[in-house]
Design a protein around this ligand. Structure first.
Ligand code: CA
Ligand code: CA
Ligand code: CA
Length: 269
């Protein structure tokens, strides 16, 4: 009860909020992680922070400009709402398909965590706390998942053949959405991970209005945004779009939604 009181008092002293990124130099407090929060390790000892995010999301901890493994001597991250919750260690985290250029991260298994700074670091130490999607190793047979694009999102490839509707439902059943592409980088990273041969269904369709292409998963159109049509596509051959057209250049192809194809599901925090 005493800790809770201290937390509530400290919560009122958040020094700056820049969009959804809050930075603070307080010793301890209780914070809701809407997107990302950066905590400056203070020179005081025994600062305890309680973090909470959306109930179907988890928390990811990284060290700004550093390595969370090396910094762990200064703090402990507990997986849960109280200080007795198990301590999470960077070296024990099993991360599906980690990329070398991602900052090393520690993930909770639930939407809350306690961080206790044990000793004061000698130099400036900033702990970044982000809302993240849980990323399982796979979604079952003939599937695989990974943090392909960044350390807080998750993508899953599904090699089981289904109609466009079947893949849309399958992604949703697993807490994900059928792919929506926002950039060349996103598409290139996915093809780099899972190849340029399979014709993965995406959530892009012109089901509602012929020729008006919308990403079903985000509700946004491709006008003014990213697109990557294959040569001579779209040609009106269907209302659903898959990646990796059979032409040598690849790209997107509109296709019959009833065709059985692979898919990529996407989870964003
Ligand atoms: Ca996306
Ligand atoms: Ca069409
Ligand atoms: Ca076509």
């Amino acid at each position: 009860m005493k800790i809770l009181t201290v937390c509530i008092v400290a919560f009122a002293f958040v020094s700056s909020i820049d969009g959804n990124v809050a930075s603070t130099r307080n010793c301890g407090g209780r914070m809701f992680v809407d997107e990302a929060i950066i905590i400056d390790a203070t020179t005081q000892q025994d600062c305890t922070w309680q973090f909470q995010t959306k109930e179907d999301r988890i928390l990811a901890f990284t060290v700004v400009g550093g390595n969370v493994n090396d910094a762990q001597q200064f703090f402990s991250i507990h997986d849960g709402v109280d200080i007795d919750s198990p301590v999470l260690l960077a070296e024990k985290q099993k991360i599906a398909s980690p990329r070398k250029d991602f900052p090393q991260a520690v993930y909770t298994t639930q939407p809350s965590a306690i961080v206790r700074f044990k000793t004061a670091p000698i130099s400036n130490l900033q702990l970044k706390v982000q809302k993240a999607v849980n990323c399982p190793a796979d979604l079952g047979a003939n599937t695989g998942c990974g943090r392909i694009v960044d350390e807080i999102s998750c993508y899953c490839v599904d090699y089981n053949l289904r109609t466009h509707e079947g893949q849309t439902t399958s992604c949703l059943d697993n807490g994900f959405k059928l792919l929506a592409l926002e950039s060349r980088t996103e598409e290139n990273l996915l093809i780099g991970a899972w190849g340029n041969v399979k014709r993965y269904w995406t959530s892009l369709t012109d089901n509602l209005n012929e020729g008006n292409w919308l990403w079903g998963s985000t509700g946004t159109g491709i006008v003014g945004g990213y697109f990557n049509w294959a040569i001579n596509q779209p040609d009106g051959s269907g209302n659903c779009v898959h990646l990796n057209d059979a032409s040598p250049q690849g790209g997107w192809n509109d296709d019959n939604c009833a065709n059985l194809r692979e898919a990529i599901c996407e989870g964003q925090p």
